[in-house]
Write a protein that binds this ligand. Structure first.
Ligand SMILES: Cc1cc2nc3c(=O)[nH]c(=O)nc-3n(C[C@H](O)[C@H](O)[C@H](O)COP(=O)(O)O)c2cc1C
Length: 215
């Protein structure tokens, strides 16, 4: 492409939904739960989120992962514990998650501390996954350099044969992280770019300070 493709004329029309201090729950999780339920109804990929991490020199990286559960303790996703993201989460403990649901004009940003979930919880989820996904997790040395597609397929076949007719155990390099949130920002798209941005910042225990930001 020689010339720069112009996309600045593309605009989306915001539906008039509002975030009003008068109607906010005291817990950000209750609002997250409400929005997630709306996203599940309207969005093709409601659980997909961008997870940002940072290496020890402050260089950021980000990727999509899928949210697999949430409760008052935090938000859980699964990955390879030897991946780049895991190395950074283990080293810095800091994580940043972003959900964007264009169909309902909503964004949620979450900052928190990362911790590995107990092995028994990872075992439970791993055993519920389709066999092909279990073999895929076994075969992938996520984020390592791979000689070629064939090498990956051969590793998959190797484990397929090894575990033929047997239960596939969770590999120790695969499991869940819980992000324990300290900050939520709820963004509601509004007309004329006068969007609503409401922040819940953890003070202590279950207490959250709620405030509004300029859009
Ligand atoms: C829609 C979608 C869902 C994904 N879900 C996950 C996931 O749940 N866990 C995961 O480890 N990688 C997932 N990935 C792959 C990651 O985006 C990424 O490529 C991989 O985890 C390696 O990242 P890293 O090298 O930064 O650790 C997903 C990718 C896409 C596009």
């Amino acid at each position: 492409m020689k010339s720069v493709r112009k996309i600045h004329h593309l605009r989306s029309n915001m539906r008039e939904e509002v975030l009003d201090e008068k109607n906010l729950p005291s817990s950000p999780l209750a609002l997250f739960d409400l929005w997630m339920k709306m996203a599940i109804e309207k969005s093709p990929d409601p659980t997909a989120l961008t997870l940002a991490t940072c290496d020890k020199n402050g260089n950021p990286s980000a990727r999509i992962v899928l949210l697999k559960g949430y409760n008052a303790k935090g938000l859980v996703f699964f990955t390879n514990y030897k991946s780049k993201k895991s190395a950074e989460l283990i080293q810095s403990k800091s994580a940043y998650m972003v959900f964007y649901w264009p169909e309902i004009h909503k964004q949620v940003r979450i900052e928190g501390r990362a911790e590995k979930i107990p092995a028994a919880e990872s075992d439970q989820y791993f055993s519920s996954r389709p066999r092909e996904s279990q073999l895929g997790a076994m075969a992938s040395e996520q984020s390592q350099v791979l000689a070629g597609r064939k090498a990956l397929e051969e590793r998959y076949k190797f484990f397929e044969k090894k575990f033929a007719g047997k239960k596939i155990p969770r590999p120790s390099h695969w499991g869940g992280f819980r992000i324990v949130p300290t900050y939520f920002e709820f963004w509601q798209g509004r007309t004329s770019r006068l969007h609503d941005r409401i922040v819940y910042k953890k003070i202590k225990g279950n207490m959250w300070k709620i405030f509004r930001l300029f859009p």
